[in-house]
Design a protein around this ligand. Structure first.
Ligand code: GLN
Length: 240
């Protein structure tokens, strides 16, 4: 990783609702605060190919049509799938979660194959899940997750995936209180926010996987203010 951490922002022209692109800014800034250089590679739907040499891949949310178009691009050029197969971390949000799963059904009833990187199947529900979410993260050291959800799909996990968290408020994947999915270093969530701005411990876990070493804590005033704000949000959403 001589030139720094290479972050792939995958198809932001298709998958990038609710400011998911902000996740890349969070990762860049957290590396910068630690003196670690980074380079962001933006993969647009018009790009010739998806690189497989990046250290971390980000996919945001998108509506059904955009999601289906993203599937076409990613299956044509399987750089992301190859990198994930080597254990490179991938974060998929909302529509990105559904694309990383085994299969998703769009609102019109059409069934689509996903990339199959996580054991998850998504089908539309009668109503959209919209609002604030809190969930206890099942990955060690991350703590409470918070974010904003807006999706029609409900996701069932198979035995090959574990939930990212247990919902304490909101809908997440749907019945069963699961939120998101994890398989190896592929992490999926329904949370926008951007999720890594609202959950810096999750950002650091992905960065540790990308760098392959523990990272120093950050004591910037901006970081401390953001953590205070998140604690206030969690308390407001989960009154005792
Ligand atoms: N099309 C998906 C759904 O509604 C994802 C929506 C999104 O990414 N915001 O379930």
């Amino acid at each position: 990783m001589s030139g720094g951490v290479r972050i792939a922002l995958v198809l932001p022209d298709l998958l990038g609702t609710y400011g998911d692109r902000g996740n890349v800014l969070v990762l860049e800034r957290r590396l910068h605060w630690r003196g670690i250089p980074s380079e962001t590679v933006t993969v647009l739907s018009s790009s010739e190919s998806v690189p497989e040499s990046c250290d971390l891949y980000l996919l945001g949310g998108g509506e059904d049509v955009a999601q289906t178009a993203a599937m076409r691009v990613l299956s044509r050029s399987p750089g992301l799938q190859r990198a994930a197969g080597r254990g490179v971390p991938v974060l998929g949000i909302c529509g990105g979660l559904q694309v990383l799963g085994a299969e998703f059904v769009t609102g019109d009833g059409a069934r689509h194959a996903g990339l199959g990187l996580v054991d998850a199947v998504t089908e539309p529900a009668a109503d959209r899940a919209i609002g604030e979410v809190t969930a206890e993260c099942l990955l060690a050291g991350v703590g409470m997750l918070t974010g904003f959800e807006n999706h029609l799909g409900r996701t069932r996990l198979g035995p090959g995936a574990m939930p990212l968290g247990r919902v304490t408020r909101g809908i997440g994947n749907g019945p069963g209180r699961a939120e998101g999915a994890v398989h190896g270093h592929v992490v999926c969530t329904y949370l926008h926010g951007p999720v890594l701005a609202r959950n810096p411990a999750l950002a650091d876990l992905l960065l540790e996987w990308a760098v392959g070493a523990p990272l120093q804590p950050i004591a910037e005033p901006a970081e401390l203010a953001a953590l205070r704000m998140e604690r206030t949000r969690v308390r407001a959403r989960n009154p005792k």
